[in-house]
Design a protein around this ligand. Structure first.
Ligand SMILES: Cc1cc2nc3c(=O)[nH]c(=O)nc-3n(C[C@H](O)[C@H](O)[C@H](O)COP(=O)(O)OP(=O)(O)OC[C@H]3O[C@@H](n4cnc5c(N)ncnc54)[C@H](O)[C@@H]3O)c2cc1C
Length: 509
């Protein structure tokens, strides 16, 4: 018999970066949630490290951007990639990436923060926000009932627990069992390689002083491998393609791993201590559905990208940004349950674009002048769903849909960042509620606020920003709590009737 049974609004399965982000987002909107994670602690082995501006914008809306910044490492080496026969080869090329790691299109920059640290910071933030975070708890199965889901869990002592919830979110990673148990499969190329990551301690700080970079492409022990920067000091992560036929998992003994790293360093006299290794498969795929009834898939449970472009975790954080407010609005009865259908409609195409972009970026990464911003698939995602009211304009076709981004306040787009005279960003207005943006010379703001009541807050922007929002000639932009444009009226004064109608569509009514 289960040792306890409790009702909670949302149960999140998985305490990786996506589950933890969602817990923070739900708490930001005042929603109770329990997060269960089978491991006793957060990630203990280097994985991703690129947190992109869109994730930082979401973290900023939820008050956790400073924590991630505080954990970030120096950005300067991220400007460079290294190419050499070995890490210590006398001849090498240090390539400056074609794009800087900041963009005038966002108030946030890329942050280089090892995923282990991101996860620790997110766990701390989720706990401080009073999310019920339970590590050492394994989700076993669920039972769907008419108006709830019962999650069956085993706690750290091996005792069964039942949690009844309104909604269950599977953030259980690429090997998660919840999606498959719902009959949800994957589309796309799937597994595109076999890799091994080996983590070692080796005192190399002084030896690499003339070549400090973020990625070190090496030809030894085999082409296609390289070191990812961990601390550019003692910790080194070698990533190599793996020959599955001749290198079974058991062949990677600590001695063999050290041998491979020594070959990649190119100097046998460097003392190397083996710290661990992981086998993994670069994968590009997306789920055939990101929801089924009261259950939602987020992060790697719903999509995988290859590491190229640093898009995987970021795409999952964007899922959390899309889902958190929708669950909150429905649970608070401020929206119809139909709003939740838009999660799949909006995020699945975005997931597909990220997966495909990672393949294209990976194919070009070693070419001179390779671009890596991926702004087109991060800031430039435009959603289409019945909750978005089109305004008759068409999307601009960009030459490079992966990297190019043209800010637009078209319905479905991310509301653009414009720096205001006081140094604030237009994005600072968004993140907690619906906002109706009008020009500051509109003159009827309080009247409009009275007419639309508590549905949305009316906010003024100066003429200098109105252009970027496409309302220099009057009108309004209705922005959702996730900072995406739900509707825009461009031709006349903001009409309360139009805004209220668009708001109803935006909440699934
Ligand atoms: C080498 C490499 C480099 C990468 N670089 C980047 C990068 O720079 N930027 C980027 O954005 N992404 C990067 N990624 C991708 C990124 O690591 C993943 O996209 C990210 O970890 C996905 O987060 P997640 O929370 O969805 O899943 P995960 O991190 O896999 O977390 C899922 C969690 O669910 C838990 N879980 C599973 N089943 C259960 C259960 N039954 N009960 C309880 N808990 C369960 C697991 O223990 C796990 O902790 C990289 C990946 C690799 C391999």
């Amino acid at each position: 018999m289960p040792s306890s049974s409790k009702h909670v609004a949302v149960v999140i399965v998985g305490g990786g970066p996506v589950g933890l982000s969602l817990a923070i987002g739900l708490r930001h909107f005042g929603v109770d949630c329990v997060l269960v994670e089978k491991h006793a602690s957060t990630l203990g082995f280097p994985k991703g490290r690129v947190v992109n501006p869109r994730s930082m914008e979401i973290f900023s809306q939820w008050g956790v951007a400073d924590r991630i910044h505080a954990q970030g490492v120096e950005i300067e080496p991220a400007t460079f990639g290294f190419l050499g026969e070995t890490l210590l080869a006398s001849e090498f090329r240090r390539i400056e990436f074609a794009e800087p790691l900041s963009t005038p299109m966002s108030p946030q920059e890329w942050v280089l923060c090892p995923q282990e640290r991101v996860e620790r910071a997110l766990r701390e933030a989720a706990e401080e926000a009073d999310a019920d975070v339970r590590f050492g708890h394994r989700f076993v199965s669920f039972t769907s009932e008419n108006d709830s889901v019962v999650a069956h869990i085993v706690d750290a002592r091996g005792e069964p627990i039942e949690l009844r919830c309104d909604y269950l979110v599977a953030a259980d990673g690429s090997r998660g069992a919840i999606g498959p148990s719902l009959g949800i499969g994957f589309e796309g190329p799937g597994v595109v390689g076999e890799s091994i990551s080996i983590l070692v301690d080796a005192p190399l700080r002084e030896r690499i002083a003339d070549r400090v970079s973020v990625l070190y492409g090496v030809q030894r022990p085999r082409p296609g491998g390289g070191f990812a920067m961990v601390d550019n000091d003692r910790q080194w992560l070698l990533m190599l393609p793996r020959d599955v036929e001749h290198e079974p998992p058991e062949s990677f003994t600590p001695d063999r791993c050290v041998e491979l790293v020594a070959a990649a360093i190119g100097d046998d006299s460097v003392p190397i201590t083996y710290l661990g290794h992981r086998l993994w498969q670069p994968t590009a795929r997306w789920a055939s559905a990101m929801s089924a009834g009261r259950i939602f898939l987020a992060g790697d449970a719903a999509h995988s990208t290859t590491p190229a472009g640093g898009l995987g975790m970021n795409a999952g954080v964007a899922d959390a940004g899309n889902l958190a407010w929708k669950l909150a609005w429905v649970l608070r009865c401020q929206a119809d349950a139909a709003l939740l259908d838009s999660y799949d409609l909006e995020r699945r195409p975005a997931a597909r674009r990220s997966a495909e972009a990672s393949l294209a970026i990976g194919a070009a990464v070693r070419e001179p002048g390779a671009r890596r911003s991926a702004l087109g698939v991060t800031l430039g995602i435009e959603y289409e769903s019945p909750t978005i009211t089109p305004d008759g304009t068409t999307a601009t076709r960009l030459a490079d849909g992966i990297h190019d981004y043209e800010p637009t306040a078209r319905p479905g787009g991310r509301a653009p960042h414009v720096r205001l005279a006081d140094g604030a960003s237009t994005l600072d207005m968004f993140g907690s509620e619906f906002v109706v943006v009008v020009r500051d010379d509109y003159g009827m703001t309080s009247h409009l606020q009275n007419e639309i009541g508590g549905l949305a807050r009316v906010a003024e922007i100066p003429a200098s920003a109105a252009d970027a929002y496409g309302i220099s000639g009057g009108g309004f932009v209705l922005v959702r709590p996730d900072g995406y444009v739900a509707a825009r009226g461009r031709n006349s004064d903001a009409s309360a009737r139009d805004i209220v109608a668009a708001w109803h569509r935006a909440v699934g009514r």
